[in-house]
Design a protein around this ligand. Structure first.
Ligand code: SF4
Ligand code: SF4
Length: 229
């Protein structure tokens, strides 16, 4: 899933300042936390109230798209919703916002979210972990299903490095507040220690011993294009 976090209301109001009629557009795709119709309605109310408190008049409507990153769905679902709309606030990830901008080049669109990473959800603890950087050359078959590109702080192809102490990485998770200040550091497991343990359990330490050469960065040079889909 694509993990996003809400942009501050002040930033959103700054984007929307020149407009009177705004469509808040959710996405029912893989955005996490969910940003569908319910959230679009909440945002619409919040923006109207926040604008009123600042003596501004913004009228918001809410709608949603099954997948904002699909140009056909985006076009067919949103087209009928655009009458009388001056601008759109998209609750999709950055891909959805860009798809909208391509499909409707004459309609101003603004992001309501910051797109953070592609992650996996741990429901019990309400946590989202980054899991894939879409590197274009997946290694999981050699690493016991644990991605060193994402889970190793140094993205090492062969590890662990000298910073692994008792299975822990020398680089902790950094939790930041809205201003980007680090408010908490959380210890994390060394990716390569985990890879070793998992491959050992699977009886595949032969894969661990295999030397992996440095990554071919050309594979993930951007922007990328995939044909024939
Ligand atoms: S190796 Fe990691 S970053 Fe690359 S595709 Fe696989 S999971 Fe994603
Ligand atoms: S300690 Fe492990 S996870 Fe951390 S940078 Fe070194 S090899 Fe990567």
């Amino acid at each position: 899933m694509i993990v996003t976090k809400e942009k501050p209301v002040e930033e959103i109001l700054e984007y929307l300042a020149p407009y009177k009629n705004v469509l808040v557009l959710g996405c029912d795709g893989c955005t996490q936390p969910p940003r569908g119709l319910k959230q679009a309605k909440m945002y619409a109310m919040l923006i109207e109230m926040a604008a009123k408190l600042r003596h501004k008049d913004i009228k918001c409507r809410a709608a949603t798209v099954a997948m904002q990153c699909d140009n056909y769905l985006c076009s067919s679902t949103v087209h009928p919703q655009l009458e009388g709309v001056d601008a759109v606030l998209s609750l999709a990830c950055g891909i959805g916002v860009q798809t909208f901008a391509e499909v409707f080049p004459d309609v101003p669109v603004y992001p309501g979210q910051d797109t953070v990473f592609a992650g996996s959800q741990e429901r019990e603890n309400g946590k989202l972990y980054e899991r894939c950087k879409a590197c274009g050359d997946c290694l999981l078959g050699e690493t016991g299903g644990i991605c060193p590109v994402t889970a190793c702080a140094k993205g090492l192809m062969n590890g662990p490095c000298g910073g692994c102490v008792e299975g822990k990485c020398e680089v902790p998770y950094e939790i930041r507040d809205e201003k980007g200040e680090v408010i908490k550091m959380i210890e994390r497991d060394c990716a390569w220690y985990r890879i070793y343990e998992r491959l050992k359990k699977l009886g595949r330490l032969d894969l661990y011993r295999k030397y992996r050469s440095p990554r071919d960065r050309a594979v993930s040079a951007w922007p990328r294009l995939l044909e024939g889909v």
